[in-house]
Ligand binder design. Structure first.
Ligand code: MG
Length: 408
């Protein structure tokens, strides 16, 4: 292993070419006396991974696509770099379990990130969790794996990291919040997305281009659409329930268009603790990396004098039905969360392809949640079976034209 024998901790960055991955590398770059990049992984972007290998000289670089892995291997050989290139999906598991990688940044999007996150949990790592899908679809399994392995799951999703920062230390990783009587409510803030002020009629005519441009955060197309339908906030309700051990009824959602207050915790004495800052993912990443200490994130200080006014309002359940769908799934149980997540992934994909309208997304989600049977998943195999069943159900709905029966 090529790590210097000082106190640097090796971080494995899963999904190092995505936006959270890049922000993580930047925080490590600024704190190179404390952290080294131990491993990086990507799907098939050889150019980006090569550049990262040159800069950080990690012990391992994994690529899901075997051809891309071979190409990277040849390029690194010609540069005389010692980074070991690992092809295929198993590589992630090996890195997740490697005792020389105490910190795992889990920032692979979607189901693909689940297996390695579970292995890292069983191996007792510090997991910086940016892959919200793994908590949404496998919350109970992931929490159990972390308890069994002695892992610390520190949330990177900006709202959950804000709540994490506002909780007493005993509740951050340990005791579920519902046993701490002094905490009354977790408050998730939401930007409200680009259609916050649209009428129901205007929302029926939203285009893909409008839906993928978020006012405050620079994000990928899937999460931008989720933000526009507020399904992202719905998934975050589910994520918060599992992370902090609360019921969905203990979570309040507030639309806060300026995205300055990232979330809050209400206490029984009337106090509300909030975390504020610029909309920059490097803040939650740095917090999760260094917790309980603080490190430089490269993020500027918030200038209160330039804030023209902070607004808060309740979300409109009629224009944003996905919020209530998420609450309903959470009340039904872990299987329903898998179904809702799968339906939404299918619906968003079809919307991005121009096959369905914007308001059809919620209609497909509602219909699939109602009609696809969901039993409690006991294993990853159960989860994957349920996920495919829900995808077929959502697909059928679209191909058979059921949407035209006036659901939307
Ligand atoms: Mg978020």
């Amino acid at each position: 292993m090529s790590f210097p024998a000082n106190k640097q901790q090796a971080v494995a960055v899963f999904g190092s070419t995505g936006s959270v991955g890049l922000s993580t590398l930047d925080v490590i770059r600024r704190n190179s006396q404390r952290y080294a990049v131990g491993a990086i992984t990507a799907n098939k972007n050889v150019d980006k991974l090569e550049a990262q290998c040159v800069e950080f000289e990690p012990a391992f670089a994994a690529m899901a696509d075997p051809l891309a892995a071979e190409e990277l291997k040849q390029r690194l050989l010609s540069r005389n770099l010692t980074t070991q290139v690992m092809p295929g999906d198993d590589a992630l598991g090996q890195i997740a379990e490697d005792p020389q990688m105490p910190i795992i940044m889990a920032s692979i999007v979607g189901f693909a990130g689940l297996d390695s996150t579970l292995l890292a949990a069983r191996a007792g790592k510090r997991i910086l969790l940016a892959n919200k899908e793994s908590m949404v679809v496998a919350g109970p399994l992931l929490k159990q794996a972390a308890t069994d392995g002695g892992a610390a799951i520190v949330p990177v999703d900006s709202e959950h990291n804000a709540i994490f920062q506002c909780l007493p230390e005993a509740n951050q990783l340990g005791a579920p919040v519902d046993r701490a009587a002094h905490i009354t409510q977790l408050v998730l803030t939401a930007s409200g997305g680009p259609f916050r002020a649209f009428s129901a009629e205007q929302m029926r005519h939203v285009t893909v281009k409008q839906a993928v441009s978020h006012p405050n955060w620079d994000m990928g197309p899937k999460i931008s659409v989720d933000s526009a339908t507020m399904m992202n906030k719905g998934l975050e309700i589910i994520e918060a329930c599992y992370l902090f051990g609360v019921e969905e009824s203990q979570i309040e959602v507030l639309v806060h268009p300026q995205s300055v207050v990232h979330s809050m915790v209400r206490y029984c004495d009337g106090s509300v603790l909030a975390q504020l800052g610029e909309s920059d993912m490097r803040t939650p990443i740095a917090n999760a990396l260094a917790w309980p200490e603080r490190i430089d994130a490269g993020v500027g200080q918030l200038d209160f004098k330039s804030l023209t006014g902070l607004e808060f309002e309740a979300p409109d359940p009629l224009r944003f039905p996905c919020l209530e769908l998420a609450r309903s799934a959470m009340r039904q149980g872990a299987g329903a969360n898998v179904v809702l997540n799968a339906a939404n992934e299918v619906a968003v994909e079809k919307f991005l392809e121009g096959q369905i309208g914007f308001t059809d997304i919620a209609a497909i989600n509602a219909h699939t949640l109602k009609n696809c049977e969901s039993s409690e998943p006991r294993s990853v195999a159960d989860l994957k079976a349920l996920d495919s069943a829900a995808r077929s159900c959502a697909d059928d709905l679209i191909t058979n034209g059921l949407l035209s029966v006036g659901m939307a």
